[in-house]
Ligand binder design. Sequence first.
Ligand SMILES: [Zn+2]
Length: 350
Amino acid sequence: MWQVVGHNRILSLLQRSLERGALAHAYLLVGPPHVGKMTLALELAKALNCEAADPPCGECASCHKIALGKHADVQIIGVTQDANSAEARPRVEISIDQIREMQHSASLPPFEGKHKVFIINGAELLSIEAANCLLKTLEEPEGRVIFILLTTNDRRLPATVVSRCQRLELPPLAATEIEAALDNGWGVEPSKAKLLSRLCRGCLGWAISAVSDDTLLQQRGERLNRLLDLANADYEERFTYATQLATQFSQNREPVLEVLDFWREWWRDLLLAKVGSSETITNIDMSSTIVDWAKGYSLAQIKNFIYSIQTAGEQLRQNANPRLVLEVLMLNMPRKEGRSKEIATVLNYG
Ligand SMILES: [Zn+2]
């Protein structure tokens, strides 16, 4: 029984290949972060080494060892961050030395299992030399050795490497599927399961992390507060924030791109509320605020700003000047209608 939520098409394909003894010698699993690539890779490693009649059983000694990361024939290769390293910045690529070491290990017969399985996590981070070195191995497959490359973006891998692998794409899961899994498999209480299933954008791994790690929801709360503040802020405040984000972007892009994704989702929720589909919004715990806000903007304002967020994200990814891009975005953020009325009310009562 595969311990994987969703991805049924891929599972039945792998199951059929296993039964026929016709597995590829290299797979490339492509999908967004936390969608389940590593889980699937480990399940495949279990299936290949399981001692039971109907693999992967998840219960035999071999399956247990793989789950604990203690099976001698199943290795994970990825970017390592050595806390004691003398390097000022942690290494951000998979080096040729790591691939050479893997090749040496692959040339030896399995130590305790039936197959050697090498999982390359974050394959888009292979250095050019490492990718070329790996290519030789992929071109001359050895029996009983399987490579599983995991990546969020296969366009960042050399086409020659991609073409040597069987490519399997893991799309985001449906919110209903995730909600059911959180409820049944992880015992998450229903309202939290519903919220997380929407916030995780189809990536179960994120939702599971958020169950045990409160900081993920806290971070979302902070982003939400900031966004709510900015909608009513003057240009000075918005530009100060744009400068902060631009500085952050020059150090680490991902959190800034995540903020933009978060904004786009919020404004998409406003759009859905505006057209009367508020039952499908993402931020369901904020639904009354969203319905209320939607009344303060015209449909055109909402659509235009979603487009602006989208454009800003694309420009940042294409290395445009981050400060300029973010300032333009701040200028484009519409003001809520009726804001002057709110201020007038405050003044009257003040
Ligand atoms: Zn087993």
